[in-house]
Design a protein around this ligand. Structure first.
Ligand SMILES: Nc1nc2c(ncn2[C@@H]2O[C@H](COP(=O)(O)OP(=O)(O)OP(=O)(O)O)[C@@H](O)[C@H]2O)c(=O)[nH]1
Ligand SMILES: [Mg+2]
Length: 396
């Protein structure tokens, strides 16, 4: 039976956790508190992880150092994954085999949704024994059993061997291209995702995710949010005391439409959201950094999809520097004068390290070392994958 002080700790914890964010933990703590059983090892571990999370929450509610904001699929979580790993004690051993294995199914799902994005492939697919729709139904199930996984992997193998995939590749789409290129490796029986596979894996963030990073000896709290329309309501008014905001926009969004609304161009939406954030009364004194991400996809895309089709006054053709300058100026015309811009590719660890070191030097105050040894974070284990189809559309 647990002691009186332990009950008090449990009670205090369950009172302090925010039920809106941590409803499961609160309910479970209450149930432990109400029953008077011996505490199992599992329960003790649960309490310990809840305390760690609580410490984190307390830190970020007081004053989170960095808020990662921006629309969906722009690279916020990817950036976070990179900095969690790059600044950890053992970057190469950051993921255990068990954690790597948990990315296999989301990577399968990414690969199938990659195929969905290739319009031209849809009618050809029916020549195979399974239709793309069957496959789509399978990947939308919450739980993929062995049969479903076999079905996916056999279909992908068939599509690869019949050269269906290589014949119908579309314009560059980041992770879509990455996983199609990686198919032979992914389909191997003993496949275990590599660090780069995990970075490339696309999992939509829902809710609010506090993380603690040991950044050059300082504990830096970073909060990651989902950027889809339905998620934005959760963050826009939340943090009047943020230390700084990193607004992540994707340079390669210019020819894509929003997952939730196929009549809205992603880049126009991103600029509008940026304007709302920079002029929000909550963030009036908060430094804002604009991170224009996906430079690698942008450089490729410019060659095949003219920027001018989407922004009529652009005159730089497929010149990468001209394209970047144009988009930077578009964003800055909506920004406060002190806004600093970084061009990044979140899948490039070196580049992210450089950017974060620079941001640290310019914006972050060192935190007492005792906090730096606080709970370390790991990226969230995949639960949900982005599978909506993006349709290119022109909008002015
Ligand atoms: N090639 C390339 N892919 C990127 C880059 N940044 C992100 N991605 C990929 O884009 C996809 C979406 O990235 P996320 O980091 O999950 O996007 P997010 O902003 O967290 O999206 P939400 O959680 O929905 O708000 C993932 O597959 C990433 O690997 C980049 O700079 N280059
Ligand atoms: Mg995310």
């Amino acid at each position: 039976m647990y002691s009186f002080p332990a009950q008090l700790v449990l009670h205090a914890l369950s009172e302090k956790l925010d039920p809106a964010i941590d409803s499961l933990s609160v309910a479970r703590l209450h149930s432990i508190y109400d029953k008077r059983f011996h505490l199992s090892i599992d329960t003790l571990l649960f309490i310990r992880s809840t305390i760690s999370r609580h410490k984190l929450q307390a830190m970020f509610y007081q004053k989170p150092n960095i808020l990662l904001l921006g629309p969906g699929e722009t690279g916020k979580t990817t950036l976070l994954k990179q900095i969690l790993k790059a600044f950890s004690d053992r970057p190469e051993q950051f993921y255990t085999d068990r954690e790597r294995a948990q990315y296999v199914v989301p990577i399968f799902r990414n690969t199938v949704s990659a195929l969905e994005r290739l319009d031209a492939i849809n009618d050809k697919w029916s020549a195979l024994e399974i239709t793309l729709r069957d496959l789509r139904n399978v990947i939308h199930d919450d739980y993929l059993d062995t049969h479903a996984i076999n079905l996916i992997s056999q279909s992908l193998a068939l599509a690869t061997s019949s050269r269906l995939i290589s014949t119908y590749r579309a314009s560059p789409l980041g992770y879509v291209d990455y996983f199609l290129d990686a198919l032979p490796r992914i389909l191997a029986e003993d496949y275990l995702p590599s660090n780069q596979d995990i970075v490339q894996c696309n999992i939509r963030t829902t809710g609010i995710h506090p993380n603690l990073i040991n950044l050059r000896g300082s504990a830096v709290s970073v909060v990651d949010f989902g950027g889809q329309f339905s998620e934005r309501r959760k963050w826009i008014h939340l943090f009047p005391k943020a230390g700084m905001i990193i607004y992540v926009a994707s340079l390669s969004d210019y020819d894509e439409t929003c997952a939730e609304d196929s009549s809205t161009n992603r880049m126009y939406d991103s600029m509008k959201l940026f304007e709302i954030v920079v002029h929000s009364k909550w963030f009036i004194d908060v430094p804002i950094v604009l991170l224009l991400n996906k430079t690698d996809v942008f450089a490729q895309k410019l060659r095949t999809t003219p920027l001018k089709e989407y922004f009529h006054d652009y005159t730089g053709g497929d010149n990468y520097d001209a394209g970047c300058t144009y988009i930077i100026n578009k964003f800055l015309s909506k920004a406060r004068p002190d806004t600093q811009v970084y061009l990044t590719s979140a899948v490039d660890e070196e580049r992210i390290l450089e950017t974060m070191n620079d941001i640290y030097d310019k914006y972050l105050e060192p935190v007492p070392p005792y906090l730096a040894s606080g709970p370390s974070s790991k990226p969230n284990i995949p639960i949900q994958v982005q599978v909506q189809v993006s349709v290119s559309t022109s909008q002015h």
